[in-house]
Design a protein around this ligand. Sequence first.
Ligand SMILES: O=P(O)(O)OC[C@H]1O[C@H](OP(=O)(O)OP(=O)(O)O)[C@H](O)[C@@H]1O
Ligand code: HPA
Length: 185
Amino acid sequence: MTTRNREETQSILDTADLLFSEAQCEEALARMAAEITRDLGHSYPLVLPVMGGAVVFTGKLLPLLRFPLDFDYVHVSRYGDKLEGGNFSWTRAPQDKNIAGRDVLILDDILDEGQTMRVIKEQVMAMGAKSCKTAVFANKLLDHEKPITADYVGLDVPNRYVFGYGMDVSGAWRNLSAIYALKGH
Ligand SMILES: O=P(O)(O)OC[C@H]1O[C@H](OP(=O)(O)OP(=O)(O)O)[C@H](O)[C@@H]1O
Ligand code: HPA
């Protein structure tokens, strides 16, 4: 994690642009919960968040899903402290024994280039999942096609570096309940 002091971290937020307020995020979350309940509420899915970015989305979404489900997680990073993606660094890969035969719902904070979601969905399907849906709270609007489209999207965000609602700026500000864009990016 980058060593940056409290004042520098505060100034990242103070100089950022607010993209979506807390109220707009909560409205999007409630809509997603309704869509997921409509589609998966009669099955018994395995919910699989991608840590660490999915932590806020998952923590807020799960109590809104009022039907039986199982929970596991994967933990992977390809950005680390950087603003651009690189190689995958795995802390916890999808677990074969939990996935075979299940309807799986993968949760992540953001679909940017789509590489993270693509790789995880491929692994989940290769492990014998019955089905695999994907939900992202933020979908970054890029000027080119992505390798995967999410089944459920909370908010479309512009092609800038965004943070808040689980998304970090080199480790910081995952704890914000709104979404911001980094100054100059
Ligand atoms: O669509 P992509 O371009 O693959 O990017 C999306 C991924 O990048 C972020 O994770 P990151 O690698 O920053 O790790 P983190 O979850 O710990 O923030 C985010 O949480 C997604 O998992
Ligand atoms: O724009 C972003 N912000 C935070 N984390 C991310 N991971 C991929 N893209 C982003």
